[in-house]
Design a protein around this ligand. Structure first.
Ligand SMILES: NC(=O)c1ccc[n+]([C@@H]2O[C@H](COP(=O)([O-])OP(=O)(O)OC[C@H]3O[C@@H](n4cnc5c(N)ncnc54)[C@H](O)[C@@H]3O)[C@@H](O)[C@H]2O)c1
Ligand SMILES: [Zn+2]
Ligand SMILES: [Zn+2]
Length: 357
């Protein structure tokens, strides 16, 4: 190991709804690990849900943060694909590479899956709201020079959207409805366009979000309080319904709307998971032969996500609300937790001022 820095600043969730900034030892870099100096790490919705203990997936004490990018500062003896000084990002999922699912490329379904920055009782894995993080080489990707660190912190969410669209099996010329134009929905909208959708409709309860969706290419924006989404979709599709609905909210009523808006034999891809249970109109799903497809995280979509963001085919800048130093993290968590309007992705930069290469 060729670094002399022994301790680092880290943002620790020391108890629910309480952060401390502490001096921690720089993580050990094993033979197949890469030590990354974090330059950007996004606050994910799942971090905000972990913050108050409601999800049970951020049991304190934990350094959260899994949407990160930075600079390689040390590599283990077996590491070949990246070198000190490389600008990199990494997948949030650490997988075993040996189980049935990993061997099929479904690494998001790994029996031994761990997510960076999560502690859930079965494991605790330090995340990237810290100056340094050590991650296995096989989840690390070198960044193209055109991507900023902040763009790169959005790649996890872009991969989630690409994965959901991939599982939806969209054919060129098909129509889609995206329910929920939060960060994931806005990325799904763009990913559906890339997949060749002829028309993409979106629905949300928030007019500001819909406005953003319009600038990102939505053909029709439906404000839930203003119109009957199901009737409007049937009007727009001559009574047929859309080929694919991607549900990116995760509530009972939005899942019901999704099923009512899809055509016979169409696909509803379920990405949203705010509610743990929803009821399914079984007769409709069975008799109209609707395919309900769950989608979890991503499995190998990072390279495609990097290409689409660097070529501008998927835009992430409109979703970045703020870039702030790590020490301001507690304040940003509070604002996100309080659901301050018009906040989407907040990115923390743990580097000292002046290090913004
Ligand atoms: N499956 C996965 O891998 C995965 C990954 C990331 C996020 N998620 C889930 O996806 C969902 C969206 O995440 P996000 O980060 O975009 O959240 P977000 O809060 O940014 O967006 C949610 C959007 O849904 C809208 N909404 C709320 N109620 C609605 C309703 N009744 N009808 C229509 N729109 C409504 C909100 O106005 C908001 O724009 C969440 O449930 C999240 O947990 C799943
Ligand atoms: Zn995330
Ligand atoms: Zn596995």
């Amino acid at each position: 190991m060729r670094y002399a820095i022994l301790s680092m600043n880290a943002l620790i969730l020391s108890e629910y709804k309480r952060f401390t900034i502490e001096d921690l030892p720089v993580p050990q870099c094993g033979p197949s690990d890469v030590l990354v100096q974090v330059a950007a790490c996004g606050i994910c919705g799942s971090d905000v849900h972990g913050y108050d203990g409601s999800s049970g997936r951020r049991i304190p004490p934990i350094v959260m943060g899994h949407e990160a990018a930075g600079i390689v500062t040390a590599v283990g003896s077996e590491v070949r694909s990246v070198a000190i000084g490389d600008r990199v990002t990494f997948d949030s999922t650490v997988y075993c590479a040996k189980c049935e699912f990993c061997l099929r490329g479904e690494v998001n379904l790994c029996e031994d899956r761990q997510v960076v920055g999560v502690s859930c009782g079965e494991y605790r894995r330090a995340g990237a709201f810290a100056e340094y993080i050590a991650v296995p080489e096989y989840i690390v990707y070198r960044l193209p020079p055109t991507l900023t660190f902040a763009d790169a912190a959005m790649l996890e969410a872009v991969s989630v959207a690409l994965h959901a669209v991939k599982l939806s099996h969209i054919e060129a010329g098909e129509t889609a409805l995206v329910i929920g134009t939060g960060m994931i929905g806005l990325l799904v909208l763009q990913a559906a366009r890339v997949a060749g959708c002829s028309r993409v409709y979106v629905a949300d309860v928030d007019a500001t979000r819909l406005k953003m969706a319009a600038t990102l290419g939505a053909d029709e924006t439906l404000l839930v309080s203003d119109c009957d989404v199901v009737r409007e979709i049937h009007r727009l599709t001559n009574g047929r319904g859309v080929d694919v609905v991607v549900e990116a909210v995760g509530r009972n009523e939005t899942v019901a709307t999704a099923i009512d808006c899809v055509r016979n034999g169409g696909t509803v891809t379920l990405v949203g998971n705010i509610a743990s249970d929803v009821s399914i109109p079984l007769q409709k799903v069975v008799t109209r032969q609707i395919r309900l497809q769950g989608s979890c995280a991503s499995a190998g979509e990072y390279p495609q996500a990097m290409e689409l963001v660097s070529s501008g085919k998927i835009k992430v800048a409109p979703m970045i609300s703020a870039i702030a130093p790590l020490r301001d993290g507690p304040r940003w968590f509070e604002r996100l937790y309080a659901r301050e309007p018009n906040l989407m992705k907040v990115i923390l930069d743990p580097r000292e001022p002046g290090q913004s290469a």
